[in-house]
Design a protein around this ligand. Sequence first.
Ligand SMILES: [Zn+2]
Length: 285
Amino acid sequence: MTSANPNIDQRQRFSFDNTDIRGEIALLENSYQAVLERHDYPALIANAIGELMAATALLSSNLKFAGRITLQVRLPGNVSLLQAESNEQGELRAIARYDDQANRRELALDDGQLAITIEPENGQRYQGITAIQGGDIAQALTDYFEQSEQLGSRFWLFCNGQRAAGFMLQKLPSSDNNDPDAWDRLTHLASTIKADELLSLSHRDMLHRLYHEELVRTYPHSALSFHCTCSKDRTGNALHQLGYDELNDMLNETGSISITCEFCQQEYRFLRDDVEALFPERHPH
Ligand SMILES: [Zn+2]
């Protein structure tokens, strides 16, 4: 079922001439599989993570600066957290938190929250949170944009365990609209997307299948990949916050401190010299 597709791990922007509507299409395979290789997620969670990664890939195209967007689905039940992140270059990572009792058949999003956080490398962090009213992740995103951004947005997200795919339409706040029926017409057409189409067709074929009677303008593709932002330096900074005495106690017990990144499973080991180096003020020349 995985045929050659030129748009694997790519996203593409498109817009419709004479309207204030634009869209984004994304297809993930290697970037998604890189997450699954690092975690033994049950199928239900693996699929939800795929949908969330696809959504994050779509939204990260809106980042106009160096920084990061994080999507979190926070739930009250046995699956407590689904999280996916991307920087402006489409470098993605994701994680799920759940317990052994996680229901393997159905993931109910009712009573959950969707949080979207935007963190520019330089500038103010922004976070919006909305209650999830049930439905799926695509519906939760649509509700989020309606409530917190007052921006008409619709999402279609699919995952089959091998690939994840996303499709987004957004109505820009603009007066330049000569086609008042466009939003209804274009979203109605997008609602005919089938999972196997979005997961298998090239972006060009998908857009042609939906919009061959519309004036679609496409923009250059950009790459999507898996990348974890962890490093020994960042891990050291986190350890530093525990304080010297606490770290010293840990070293006395075990001889070294090992920290494993929960996103990528990379292990960082700190020996006594490494810990001392975190506190240069203790070693004046
Ligand atoms: Zn990592």
